[in-house]
Design a protein around this ligand. Structure first.
Ligand code: ZN
Length: 200
């Protein structure tokens, strides 16, 4: 494969991982937002949501070794395959011993591939910005869900002035928690571990 094609694959690969990480961060932030609870978010709640999302990003850091798949393919697997079949590891020109007459690369067994600190650095360069964008997007999506709930309650009260209370699940993936409204008490977003209401 030509170098420009492998560079294009490298970039596409990284962009795909970045997009997946933003999506993961967004869902993590929405989940943490549901766990924190409350209706509307203050500075303290936002700080907890950011910390929780960053912790969730750290959990996938070991998986980030897949970020080096292009390096492993073009930097190691392909040169090794060429060398084994008696060709130059860099340009696939045939020959053995000494240096490649075409590009000057020594005919030596290419070093095996291993994840190292630069893999971790490359992973951090993708995961940290993706986590930050995901956190902002997740908190914005949760806030939009709360505004939608407030509009639903407004529309229901316009139809039925006697309405006393209304509740529904938060948007997925925080649907394990509820948004509530009650006449006289206003809006609330209780956290999931709140003691259950005693009926009666
Ligand atoms: Zn060569």
């Amino acid at each position: 494969m030509r170098p420009d094609a492998s560079a294009a694959f490298s970039w596409s690969w990284r962009i795909a991982i970045f997009a997946a990480s933003v999506a993961y961060g967004t869902l993590a932030a929405m989940t943490v937002r549901g766990l924190v609870g409350g209706f509307g978010i203050g500075a303290a709640g936002a700080a907890i949501a950011c910390a929780g999302t960053m912790a969730a990003m750290l959990a996938v850091l070991p998986m980030a070794a897949i970020i080096d798949v292009p390096e492993a393919l073009w930097g190691h697997w392909l040169p090794h395959r060429r060398w084994r079949s008696g060709r130059c590891p860099a340009c696939a020109h045939e020959g053995r011993g000494g240096r490649c007459p075409e590009c000057g690369t020594p005919f030596e067994r290419p070093a095996p591939w291993a994840a190292d600190w630069s893999s971790l650095r490359r992973a951090a360069w993708v995961l940290v910005p993706a986590g930050a964008i995901g956190t902002v997007a997740g908190l914005a999506a949760s806030a939009a869900d709360e505004r939608a709930f407030a509009r639903e309650v407004g529309a229901m009260r316009a139809r039925d002035p006697e309405l006393m209370e209304h509740a529904r699940a938060r948007a997925w993936p925080a649907s394990f928690t509820e948004l509530r409204w009650a006449a006289g008490r206003g809006f609330a977003g209780p956290p999931p571990f709140e003691s259950p209401k005693i009926p009666g």
